[in-house]
Structures are given as structure tokens and as C-alpha cells.
Design a protein around this ligand. Structure first.
Ligand code: IFM
Length: 438
């Protein structure tokens, strides 16, 4: 594998609801994930994030593990209901204090904080007023972000406004697989616009504060491959790419929704007010990409995209392992939307890990990471401005609708005892970084 440059940023990533626990501690309000996970039938085995990895209490121990890994940066997210329990208005000082303790400890250990403002845990009170279907939620996110920018304006090295708005919009309001569990395709398009608007407003607030660290947005992107060269498969691939990738990339980097997605344009138009797209397309300092797999597309009898079965082995999520698609994706994003510095803000894999004599031999995860790192190196060699790479995830955690039944961590968590065990993949990552830094 080509050597990565010494200033390439290596990291690990997590998100608040997935690890913190302490769901009712120190004035934290209810989030849509508290409500959703406690609604029977929504999350596998009825798991909730009430305790999760108990990171709220064990953050020092976890930061010691991050330090031991030898990474440069730690990406985590802020729980909005911990900081502004009612969604808007009063700030909860105890919530601010927690994140200050976390940031201070990271800085003491020489680890750069990369902070995601919003990673899906919307305050339930805002959902009760329509959530992302209500334009006001975008303004409330802006105010929440402004509080965070001002309070943590020391030491945070990188800001990410939103994590994966496609998931918040489609899985939350379209398919209903995630909180708040609404099932209405049109609503998902309404939500997508308000999420992008929230990004634009937060970015504007950041620039108004004259802050100088880099800020960007993270999308979940996948490269799409037609199953054949038949015109209908090529066209279905264009549509699938439009739904997941271009619907989010185009407004942010081109200032317009993709014109060929005519049905979606009809759905979004009533919500787009004058000036929205100017705000949404204000320049970012970087683009964050979360990438896990690819999509092979075939046209169904109506010409609509249908995802095809994997050709190569899959992870415990059923996601095909095809590292070459990381290279293809990076080259495509750079060509169509660049030049913009890019970070892989998430990449990793879930497998059915077992503890054997105090060890976790997760060779498949190591292989997954090694092969994806190699494709990242290949992209850099091809001139793509890839600046960093965050492994998802530091810890096994609450994997949303799959509860604790999918393990993405490079560190194993025993959810009964909260014991942490470095899996073989973590030991491999540590050695990989030691080699690089020699
Ligand atoms: O766990 C999630 C994360 O919260 C967002 N990106 C994908 C991960 C794996 O599903």
C-alpha cells in the first residue's frame, strides 16, 4: 500500500445516542430516539440507548483507548437534547459542561476533536411540532449550532453540521425504519429540504462568528453500478444515484436540485423559498463522506431502480464488501463536485464478533479496513484531495433499529459489564498507524 502523507488525519468516530447512555441525567431532554426505541416493535429486541456504552460516565476510559490507538482525531456528535432540552430556548449548562470535559480530556491527550452538530437525536418536543417537516426546525438547529460553535470555540478542529441527512429524511420520514418512524415518501423530500436548509443556516451562523476552523457536511454516499449496459438499467442507475447521491450533493455544491429528478422536484418545490438554495450552497471547507458499500442497479418492469444481490461477500448488515467502489466514488465526487477537500468520516463493518479467551479475532474487519485503506491510497495517488479517514466505530454501540445486535466497533463492548476489549482489528489499526508514523 502507498504510504499516506504524515499530515493525513486518522481517526475513529461515534455518535451521541449510540454511545452516551445517561438518557435522563443532568437535565437531558427526550430525543426522538428515546421515544422510538421505547415504542414496541421498532428496535430489535426492544433495545434502547438508555445506557448504551455508558460513555457519559466512562469518557476518560474511552479517551485513554483512543490515545492508545494512536489516532490523530476523534469524531463525536453533540446530543441536542442534552444541550437544549426543549429543542429551542434555554441552554442546559450541565450538558455544555459534559462536552467541555470531553473536549478538555481529548486536548490533554493530544487528540483533535471533530464535532458533528447533529447525528439524528432530534429533541422530541420539536418532533411534536412536526420535526423536519417543519421549517422552524431548521432555524432551531441553527441556534443550537451557534451555541455549540460559541461554547466549544477552543480546540475543536473540525465541524460537521449534519450527519447523513438522507438517513434522517428517508429512513425517518419515508420508510419509517428509523426515528421518528413516519412512512410517507413525499414527507421525506420535504424533510430533506429542511435538513439542507438547516445546514445552510448553521454554516451562515458559523461564518458570521468569524470562526476559522474547517466546517463541512457529511453525506452517506454509495457508488452505483448498472447490472448491464441495457438502456433501461443505465437509466435506473441514474435514478438511484439521483435519489441517494445527487439529491444531496447537487444543492450543496451546485445550488440546485438535480433537474432530471422531476418527480422529486415537484415534491420539493412547495417548500423551497427564495434564497434557500443560495444559503444551502454556501462554500464548505470540506466534504465528509460515509461509505460502506456499493449498489448494483437493475430496472424493474416500470423502469424504476431495483438493488441487486451482492456479488461478493457481505457484512453482518448484508452490505456487500467491494472496496474498489470507494475509489470509484471518490473519483466521481471529485470530478462532478470538486475540487473540495474530502474526509472519509465513516467507514467500517459489522461482523458477528465473539470473545474467545479474552480476545476478539475479527480478521474479516481487519481485511475490510485494510482493503478500503488501499483504495483510499489509490485515490490519493490519482490526485483526489482526500485528507483524512475515520473508522466507524470506536466502540460496539447502539446500531439504531438493530439495537446492540450489530457490532461495528474495533473495540468490543460487553453490554452487561461495560468491559472494553481491543479487537484484533484495533490492534492492527494501532500497528498500521505506528508504521506510518515511523
Ligand atoms: O451506525 C451508523 C452511523 O450512525 C451512521 N452511519 C452508518 C453507521 C452504520 O450503520
Amino acid at each position: 500500500m502507498k504510504k499516506f502523507s504524515k499530515d493525513f488525519i486518522w481517526g475513529v468516530a461515534t455518535a451521541s445516542y449510540q454511545i452516551e447512555g445517561a438518557f435522563d441525567k443532568d437535565g437531558r431532554g427526550e430525543s426522538i430516539w428515546d421515544r422510538f426505541s421505547k415504542t414496541p416493535g421498532k428496535v430489535l429486541k426492544g433495545h434502547t440507548g438508555d445506557v448504551a456504552c455508558d460513555h457519559y460516565h466512562r469518557y476518560k476510559e474511552d479517551i485513554a483507548l483512543i490515545k492508545d490507538l494512536g489516532v490523530d482525531s476523534y469524531r463525536f456528535s453533540l446530543a441536542w437534547p442534552r444541550i437544549i432540552p426543549e429543542g429551542s430556548g434555554a441552554v442546559n449548562q450541565k450538558g455544555i459542561d459534559f462536552y467541555k470535559r470531553l473536549i478538555d480530556e481529548l486536548l490533554d491527550q493530544g487528540i483533535s476533536p471533530a464535532v458533528t452538530v447533529y447525528h439524528w437525536d432530534l429533541p422530541q418536543v420539536l418532533e411534536d411540532k412536526g420535526g423536519w417537516l417543519n421549517r422552524d426546525t431548521a432555524k432551531h438547529l441553527r441556534d443550537f449550532a451557534a451555541v455549540a460553535f460559541e461554547e466549544f470555540n477552543y480546540g475543536v478542529d473540525k465541524w460537521i453540521t449534519l450527519n447523513e441527512p438522507w438517513c434522517s429524511a428517508y429512513l425517518g420520514y419515508g420508510s419509517g425504519e428509523q426515528a421518528p418512524g413516519k412512512k410517507d415518501f413525499a414527507a421525506n423530500i420535504n424533510a430533506s429540504h429542511h435538513l439542507l436548509l438547516a445546514h445552510g443556516l448553521a454554516l451562515e451562523a458559523y461564518r458570521e462568528l468569524n470562526l476559522t476552523e474547517d466546517i463541512g457536511i457529511t453525506f452517506n454516499l454509495s457508488h452505483h453500478y448498472p447490472v448491464s449496459d441495457k438502456p433501461e438499467d443505465l437509466d435506473a442507475t441514474r435514478i438511484a444515484d439521483g435519489l441517494l447521491n445527487r439529491w444531496y450533493l447537487d444543492p450543496v455544491f451546485k445550488g440546485a436540485y438535480p433537474a432530471d429528478m422531476t418527480e422529486l422536484i415537484k415534491l420539493v418545490e412547495p417548500f423551497v423559498k427564495e434564497g434557500d438554495l443560495d444559503l444551502i450552497s454556501k462554500p464548505n471547507d470540506f466534504l465528509g463522506i460515509n461509505m460502506y458499500s456499493r449498489n448494483i442497479v437493475k430496472a424493474d418492469e416500470n423502469g424504476q431502480p431495483q438493488s441487486q444481490p451482492a456479488v461478493h461477500p457481505v457484512t453482518a448488515m448484508g452490505w456487500e464488501i467491494y472496496p474498489e467502489s470507494l475509489y470509484d466514488l471518490l473519483v466521481r465526487v471529485d470530478k462532478d463536485y470538486g475540487p473540495i477537500p474530502i474526509y472519509i468520516t465513516e467507514n467500517g463493518a459489522a461482523f458477528d464478533d465473539r470473545v474467545e479467551n479474552g480476545k476478539v479475532h475479527d480478521a474479516k474487519r481487519t481485511d475490510y479496513l485494510e482493503r478500503h485503506f488501499a483504495q483510499a491510497a489509490r485515490a490519493i495517488e490519482a490526485g483526489i484531495p482526500l485528507k483524512g479517514y475515520y473508522v466507524w466505530s470506536l466502540l460496539d454501540n447502539f446500531e439504531w433499529a438493530f439495537g446492540y445486535e450489530r457490532r461495528f466497533g474495533i473495540i468490543y463492548v460487553d453490554f452487561d459489564t461495560q468491559e472494553r476489549i481491543m479487537k484484533d482489528s484495533a490492534i492492527w489499526y494501532k500497528q498500521f498507524l505506528q508504521e506510518l508514523k515511523k
